[in-house]
Design a protein around this ligand. Sequence first.
Ligand code: ADP
Ligand code: ZN
Length: 215
Amino acid sequence: MRIVLLGAPGSGKGTQAKKLMDAHNIPQISTGDLLRAAVKAQSELGQRAKAAMDAGELVADDIVIGMIRERLNEADTQNGFILDGFPRSTAQAAALDDMLVELDIPLQKAVLINVEFGNLIKRLTGRRTCSACGQMYNVYFSPPQADGVCDRCGGTDLAHRADDNEETISNRLTVYQEQTEPLVSYYQQQGKLASVEGEGDLDAVFGRISSALAA
Ligand code: ADP
Ligand code: ZN
């Protein structure tokens, strides 16, 4: 299965990508996660990416496209992959198409997770990630059972992402509308688009995605 997950920041792409990864035993490839790891490691690439990320702007194409090219060449992508957060512009989508044609593994579907715009800000400001195991929570919609304690590993550092502050969030949403939303018609024209309702329970959304992928 070779797919792209499309959706605004806060639409639940990362959460659903992790569920798909577990269900299908194929890797989730998230440019956001790769970039955050580079920033944390203070690599040269991370240093170049940091300012754009803090501002909620897109990181330069050469950085993210290079990262994806390297990642797709790793052995674990042979049975498929779930791209999460890439592509984010039509230029990136075209570069991805070229790369996948070259590797002879064309994309099969792009799944759009639809969430009403007004709900995204609360989803983003409420988001927390366990710094020990990566499990994600939302203090409004899906809090851990005990306040501030990870259900999965017992970790007590449920961290707020640096770019999940109101100012950066509003810029990320604008960037999404201007640069990423055109991908909906890009994939529609290729006959690869599937659109699912992203409101409601995580498992219900996962069920809709699974049906869309089986169709
Ligand atoms: P979200 O989808 O919630 O905005 P991500 O983790 O996907 O979160 O991305 C966080 C930030 O990383 C983005 O705001 C952007 O600065 C950068 N980024 C991630 N993926 C890309 C990409 N494909 N192209 C350019 N920048 C990216
Ligand atoms: Zn944890």
